[in-house]
Design a binder for this molecule. Structure first.
Ligand SMILES: NC(=O)c1ccc[n+]([C@@H]2O[C@H](COP(=O)([O-])OP(=O)(O)OC[C@H]3O[C@@H](n4cnc5c(N)ncnc54)[C@H](OP(=O)(O)O)[C@@H]3O)[C@@H](O)[C@H]2O)c1
Length: 253
């Protein structure tokens, strides 16, 4: 059974891998034996994450990338292929949010959120798929959200982008099924990261979130690692077009 989850010899590219959920996932993939290509904008935090992960897996390389730019996404994928000679697992994790009442959302807010959270996912998939097809298959893991499934106050633009990620996951899963590329998503619940820090600290929202999670605690980036390894490994070879919610029971409550 351990062989099914073994990622030895595999190469995983994780966007937004410098901190938060992306770093937690990259750590899990490295622990399962994968070499890691890490991408995000800030070269310094990327280098520090790479230093942390280096002793865990076989190899880590960094690719400073702004996923809001398609040319940089293409360079990230080309760089990974040049460095490692293959790409087996693409984790589209980089994401952003600007919370607030919809009446205050500017066109710039809307465009940034759709570009970073949704457009980038499509173009990273488009850039990675030809190499995966040449290799005989691959795994794509997109990071969705509870807001792919339900409405949460103050997150309309974000929810629209993450609903898009869900539908994109299904569409590409169907399109690339015959090429042996499995396209799935992880829907994290409320995970403690820089992105959610302001929500947990809010005197109204913080306790509301806590009270709505059946397991009674927020999640941590390490909580996502097991599902990421599963979706990146042979253990999920007949699973495609699905979202696995890792939410402490939130959506069932
Ligand atoms: N935390 C949660 O509870 C939660 C719940 C559901 C879904 N998610 C999703 O999970 C993913 C990770 O979130 P997180 O909570 O870990 O956020 P985070 O702690 O803010 O980390 C975001 C990561 O993405 C990178 N990033 C942001 N904008 C980027 C860009 N334009 N180009 C390249 N990299 C970029 C950041 O690095 P740089 O700033 O250096 O670029 C960082 O590595 C996101 O897609 C988010 O929507 C999070």
């Amino acid at each position: 059974m351990a062989k099914l989850f073994d990622l030895t010899g595999r190469v995983a590219l994780v966007t937004g891998g410098s901190r938060g959920i992306g770093k937690g996932i990259a750590r899990g993939l490295a622990e399962a034996g994968a070499s890691i290509a890490l991408a995000s904008r800030d070269a310094e935090s990327l280098a520090s994450a790479a230093k942390e992960l280096a002793p865990i897996g076989p190899r880590v390389e960094t690719f400073p990338t702004d996923v809001a730019r398609v040319d940089e996404i293409e360079r990230m994928v080309t760089g990974t292929l040049e460095a490692f000679g293959r790409l087996d697992i693409l984790v589209n994790n980089a994401g952003t949010n600007r919370r607030g009442p919809s009446v205050d959302v500017s066109e710039e807010d809307w465009d940034l959120i759709q570009t970073v959270n949704l457009k980038s996912v499509f173009f990273a998939c488009r850039a990675a798929a030809p190499a995966m097809i040449r290799q005989g298959g691959g795994k794509i893991v997109n990071i969705a959200s509870l807001t792919s499934q339900v409405g949460i106050r103050g997150t309309a633009a974000y929810g629209a982008s993450k609903g898009g990620v869900l539908q994109l996951t299904r569409s590409l899963a169907v399109e690339w099924a015959e090429q042996n590329i499995q396209v799935n998503a992880i829907g994290p619940g409320f995970i403690e990261t820089d992105l959610t820090e302001p929500m947990f600290a809010d005197p109204q929202r913080g306790p509301w979130i806590q009270s709505r999670i059946p397991m009674g605690r927020r999640g941590y980036p390490a909580d996502l690692a097991g599902v990421a390894v599963f979706l990146g490994s042979a253990a999920s070879d007949y699973l495609t077009g699905q979202v696995v919610y890792v939410d402490g029971g939130f959506l069932s409550g």
